[in-house]
Design a protein around this ligand. Structure first.
Ligand code: ZN
Ligand code: ZN
Length: 316
């Protein structure tokens, strides 16, 4: 192996990481063209440039530097503990994957539950054509919170290369779960998260506070009753309210007055969960059971939708 790839006998992740991410992007784009989940979705869809240039290149680079500097500052203050740095790298990877994904599940669920936190997450749900690039659209506040909680412990307690290894896994997994690939992972979907469940998370058919909050592991949703995988495809994606197109407008949009906007992330779901007086509660066309982890804010004084259940029969 060329020495440029190896650094003192270890992989030089500063070079390997972008090579893996770039190669994976091309593989996923190719698989989206060959085996599309939603046929007819364009490669250069609306918002592509914003997501690629501003979110993927500029924002992730700038915030990566800020978070790394913040983590190194805390690391120096804490006396560089390195508690698990002696573990084999793969064990450190598994430890931080599991711990952070468990945190993400609950924080993500809270973002869908509380209007203030939803402001940091709604940009991520504004993409109408969910694809390999859609996961990059995240408000900088959301990134700062999640990636500080993710990477500060890594810098403090793990070996130095884990920072880039974990960042690479995040990028690869993020592209995969949003991809427009017709994946059918069978029993694996109960453990490993993929587009089968995460595309439903972005569905315009937003019921209650949503479902499928897991990022890398689906097991949290099955354990905590928020899994939703009906035997059909989502009717569409994104928010059913106006959302600005430009990067800077999207950032500023999070700071609008609360009385000028819907009070909670329940958008289409508000209609499902809060029918007009006397009208029956709407259900998905197939009649498939729907996850309903908590009572919606908007529907708190009205009828609620079906109790938490999920369909595991994938016949689409
Ligand atoms: Zn979400
Ligand atoms: Zn997503």
């Amino acid at each position: 192996m060329p020495t440029i790839i190896l650094d003192n006998g270890r992989l030089n992740w500063a070079l390997v990481s972008p090579a893996i991410i770039g190669t994976w992007a091309f593989i996923v784009i190719g698989l989206e063209r060959l085996f599309p989940y939603d046929k007819g979705q364009k490669l250069f869809r609306k918002g592509w440039f914003t997501d690629f240039f501003w979110y993927t290149l500029v924002q992730s680079y700038v915030l990566g530097l800020v978070i790394q500097a913040f983590a190194e500052f805390l690391d120096a203050k804490a006396g560089r503990p390195r508690w698990v740095a002696d573990w084999p790298l793969w064990q450190q990877v598994i430890l931080f994957l599991l711990v952070h994904d468990f945190y993400i599940y609950w924080f993500h669920r809270a973002q869908h539950r509380f209007p203030l936190l939803w402001r940091s997450h709604e940009a991520h749900h504004s993409v109408k054509d969910v694809d390999w690039l859609a996961g990059s659209r995240s408000h900088p506040i959301e990134i700062m919170i999640n990636q500080s909680i993710e990477f500060v412990p890594i810098v403090l307690f793990a070996s130095p290369e884990l920072f880039l290894v974990k960042g690479t896994i995040d990028a690869v997994w993020g592209m995969y779960i949003h991809s427009n690939i017709n994946v059918r992972s069978g029993p694996l979907q109960y453990v490993i998260n993929g587009p089968e469940m995460h595309r439903w998370h972005h569905s315009a058919e937003y019921i209650g506070y949503g479902f499928n909050y897991g990022t890398k592991f689906a097991v949290w949703d099955y354990l905590f009753g928020t899994a939703h995988r009906p035997p059909r495809k989502p009717p569409g994606y994104g928010l059913d309210e106006a959302f600005p197109d430009g990067y800077f407008q999207q950032i500023v949009h999070a700071f609008r007055r609360f009385d000028a906007a819907p009070a909670a992330p329940v958008s289409t779901g508000a209609r499902l969960a809060q029918p007009a007086s006397g009208a029956p509660v709407a259900q998905p066309a197939s009649g498939a059971p729907v996850a309903q982890p908590e009572q919606p804010v908007i529907a708190s004084t009205s009828k609620a939708v079906a109790p938490a259940r999920e369909s595991t029969v994938d016949t689409r």
